[in-house]
Design a protein around this ligand. Structure first.
Ligand code: RIB
Ligand code: CA
Length: 303
């Protein structure tokens, strides 16, 4: 299952996940992050209407604010609506999902208990829902087979402040709870995700020629125009969240080190910074990536 804050790269991660036979996406949950929760949840439905998954995943709304502190949002990166203004018709009567009436953290532990030691949770937004699930039902969370988290900047600069990455910075207390929980975590930080980018060259040579609804969606959601005027507001698009899905599809694409990680939760210059520590549970931190191998995987699954 996937916990997300649909935004542009979250949407691309969902496409990759549903288009990969190695995975069966049973559930998608939303969390306050790139844009407010209600917008995130509407975006999940829009992207599922594009993907049209046959197994109709269960979807649930989660936290609408961090455990502590204020929401940050990232409208400048993802646009006002979180999908770069991309228009997707939500055709009535064709729900490509099943609505869970409870909260996301309740669905997360329900699925973990339903599929003990089988369910992988991929978290590609702030970790608020995961922290709430741990606080309410740690035993349930311990039935997860694996937890893959896109977040943090270990040995590189942050992307919100020089020290902090967006998903961690958005809810540092939640991140501290989750990363210190002893769950089987693989962390996919900016150290590797910033090595994965859709460039104008990749768009021209490998995405545009696909000529289907997904390639057209990527062009629209990233605001790509042409090799000269590039993307809406950037020279390239980092595939942060899709790489977290890629780790589950083909772990050989990344190399990891076992590290103990702590999170700065005190307000100030280092708020949301993650640091390597001597003590605390070890997690697998991805620090190397086969960039071309992942990009080939990603583009191959758009067909
Ligand atoms: O720092 C990148 C992360 O923050 C991605 O998950 C992106 O969607 C934003 O949420
Ligand atoms: Ca995200």
């Amino acid at each position: 299952m996937i916990d997300c804050d649909v935004g542009v790269d979250d949407a691309l991660a969902l496409i990759l996940a549903f288009h990969s036979p190695e995975l069966k996406v049973e559930a998608v949950t939303g969390v306050n992050g790139n844009v407010p929760l209600e917008q995130v949840f509407g975006n999940i439905q829009k992207v599922l209407s594009l993907i049209q998954p046959k197994n109709r995943p269960i979807i649930a709304k989660g936290a609408d604010k961090p455990l502590k502190g204020n929401s940050v949002y990232a409208h400048s990166v993802h646009g006002k609506d979180g999908l770069g203004g991309t228009q997707i018709d939500l055709r009535e009567g064709e729900p490509w999902w099943q609505l869970f009436t409870g909260r996301a953290d309740e669905l997360i532990t329900k699925m973990a208990r339903q599929y003990p030691d089988e369910m992988t949770l991929i978290a590609i937004g702030p970790l608020t829902n995961l922290a709430l699930a741990l606080q309410r039902d740690r035993e349930g969370m311990e039935k997860l087979k694996a937890v893959v988290i896109m977040g943090g900047a270990v040995r590189v600069k942050g992307n919100v402040t020089p020290h902090a990455e967006f998903n961690i910075y958005s809810d540092p207390l939640a991140a501290k709870i989750v990363l210190g929980s002893e769950l089987p975590i693989t962390l996919v930080p900016l150290d590797v995700t910033q090595q994965i980018a859709l460039t104008p060259q990749w768009m021209e040579k490998r995405v545009k020629p696909i000529h289907n609804s997904f390639s057209r969606f990527i062009i629209e959601v990233t605001g790509y125009h042409s090799p000269t005027c590039q993307f809406r507001n950037k020279e390239l698009i980092h595939l942060h969240d899709p790489l977290a899905v890629g780790v589950v599809i083909d772990p050989s694409l990344l190399s990891t080190e076992k590290l103990s990680i702590d999170v700065e939760t005190q307000e100030g210059e280092h708020y949301g910074k993650i640091s390597e520590t001597e003590e605390g549970p070890k997690i697998d931190v991805c620090l190397g990536v086969n960039t071309k191998g992942f990009l080939e995987l990603f583009v191959s699954r758009l067909g």
